[in-house]
Design a protein around this ligand. Sequence first.
Ligand SMILES: *Cc1c(COP(=O)(O)O)cnc(C)c1O
Length: 353
Amino acid sequence: MEITITKTTTPKTMPPEDKLGFGKVFSDHMFIMEYEHGKGWQNARIVPFGRIDLHPASTVLHYGAEIFEGLKAYRRADGGVQLFRPMENIRRMNRSAERMCLPLIDEQEALDILTTFVKMEEKWVPHSFGTSLYLRPFMFGNDESLGVHMPHHATFMIIASPSGSYYAEGINPVGIMIESEDVRAVRGGTGFAKCGGNYAASTRAGERANQKGYSQVLWLDGVERKYIEEVGAMNVMFKINGEIITPALTGSILPGITRMSCIEVLRDMGYEVSERLLSIDELTDAMKNGTLEEAWGCGTAAVVSPIGRLCYQDVEYPVNNGKIGEITQKLYDTLTGIQWGKIEDKYNWIVRL
Ligand SMILES: *Cc1c(COP(=O)(O)O)cnc(C)c1O
């Protein structure tokens, strides 16, 4: 696939690395290409970052046909830039696209696009440990008509945002509220797809949790509100009575790449990890009788995020006295070590540019 490049004539400078925050600053360029049914993907180009034009009847604005991915470009201590398991993001994007009737992208072409784009934006990969260039590939249906059917036109883009360290103030365990009213997804629905609509439906519960002083919600399954699913934008893991448990991928949970990597690292360290159904009753029992030893979320943004408090039906339970647990710390050290190129990548997860 040929990518046309138009360089900006007004390059920007990066703000100080400790002032970046998340998703607020964007790099100089963006990638964009369009799909037309029968013709495939066309007009792949990198252009100056800027606004895009949408027809008021565009499918995405009315019927929510949108999917996205999130991954990071990391600066190694030796100055090089690398990606972490990017092919897993590309494969997941195609699975999301398939669910939402959006067009697929050839895996190898998608990787070429991603690496070409990141190379072009190299100067936007910050240098301090914990910072990164957050990459946001996304795709939306873009027919210029209100008819309800599979979109015949789509747009795929990648934007990039230099982001600060998630743990600029140190790793502080978070408070999580277990949501017993709203649900995020059901089996057969779009829970396993990374689509904007899942987030739109989750916002209300997230706001309620924030108002009560919790940073995110922990979702229960959409049918019985009985089984633990995942945290807002992270998967979740528990250590109960020596057993490391993470909810099985039943179709309503987002199959996180950090989740998958945690499982592989833990098994490699000799721990057993159960991917199974975990009921809220089992979890509350463990919280009451003190057998819940550790709990943490895992996702690209935070890598791992220790959970220090869990609230269910207005009762708050402390987890590990509000401190980061031993396994959580080990996972954090191992994954960030590989991602920022500080320790050897024996798993072959890194793609260096
Ligand atoms: C992206 C995402 C995750 C984490 O996936 P990673 O690939 O580990 O970043 C978990 N849950 C939801 C709902 C997500 O959107």
